[in-house]
Ligand binder design. Structure first.
Ligand SMILES: CC(C)(COP(=O)(O)OP(=O)(O)OC[C@H]1O[C@@H](n2cnc3c(N)ncnc32)[C@H](O)[C@@H]1OP(=O)(O)O)[C@@H](O)C(=O)NCCC(=O)NCCS
Length: 175
C-alpha cells in the first residue's frame, strides 16, 4: 500500500483499510471510502490535477508512484458506485505550523467532484484520514488552505478543525 520510510515503530503497524459505505437516500447508490490502491493511480492523479492544475496529471501520477510504499503518506478515495468522485491525502510532516506535536500528520489535499459536493463525502474522507492517524498513535492532525478559499475554510470548521494562524508568502527575484 501507500506507506514507506519508517521513523517510528508506530508506522510498523499493519495498515487497516478504512471502508465507509454511505447510502445516498436520493438515489439508493453508495459512496465508498477506502484506502487508495495502485489501481487508483490514474484516477487519483486526475483528481489531483483538478485540485492542483498547475501540475500535469502525468506529473501527479509520477509523484504518486514515487510515494508508493511510503509509511508517511496515505491516500483515500471516495467512490460513487465504483467511480472515483473524491480523494484526500495525508503526509506525516516533520512539523507543521500551528501543531504541537512532531512529527504530525497533515491533510495535504482534499477534493470532491463538484457534482457530489455538500453530501458529506469530504467529511467521510477526513474521518478516514483521522482514523488512519489515530491508529498510528497521533493525537492531532494539521491542515491548511488559501485564505481566499471560503468553502474550504467553512468546511474545515465543519470538520472540527480550529484555525491556528494565517501566513503571507513573499517572493523576490535574485538578479
Ligand atoms: C472543500 C471540499 C473538499 C468540501 O467537500 P464536500 O464533500 O462538499 O464537503 P462536506 O459535504 O463534507 O461539507 C461539510 C460541511 O462543510 C461546510 N461546507 C462545505 N462546502 C461549503 C461551501 N461551499 N460553502 C459553505 N460551507 C461549506 C458545510 O458546513 C458542510 O456541511 P453542510 O453541507 O451540512 O452545510 C470541496 O468543496 C472541494 O473539493 N473544493 C475544491 C478543493 C478544495 O478547495 N479543497 C480544500 C483545500 S486543499
Amino acid at each position: 500500500m501507500w506507506q514507506g520510510d519508517v521513523h517510528s515503530s508506530r508506522f510498523l503497524r499493519a495498515p487497516c483499510p478504512v471502508v465507509y459505505l454511505m447510502p445516498d437516500p436520493m438515489t439508493s447508490s453508495f459512496v465508498e471510502i477506502r484506502q487508495a490502491m495502485p489501481s487508483d493511480l490514474k484516477a487519483w492523479a486526475g483528481m489531483r490535477h483538478a485540485l492542483w492544475p498547475t501540475t500535469a496529471a502525468a506529473a501527479h501520477e509520477a509523484e504518486l508512484r514515487q510515494q508508493a510504499g511510503s509509511k508517511l503518506f496515505i491516500g483515500f478515495m471516495a467512490l460513487q458506485d465504483g467511480a472515483p468522485v473524491g480523494f484526500a491525502e495525508v503526509f506525516v510532516r516533520p512539523f507543521a505550523n500551528g501543531c504541537d506535536s512532531r512529527p504530525v500528520p497533515f491533510l495535504e489535499g482534499i477534493w470532491v467532484d463538484p457534482a457530489f459536493r455538500r453530501q458529506g463525502i469530504a467529511r467521510k474522507l477526513v474521518n478516514a484520514c483521522e482514523d488512519w492517524a489515530r491508529g498510528r498513535g497521533f493525537r492531532e492532525i494539521g491542515s491548511d488552505t488559501e485564505v481566499s478559499n471560503g468553502a474550504s475554510l467553512e468546511a474545515h470548521g465543519a470538520w472540527g478543525f480550529k484555525e491556528t494562524e494565517r501566513v503571507v508568502y513573499f517572493r523576490k527575484t535574485l538578479d
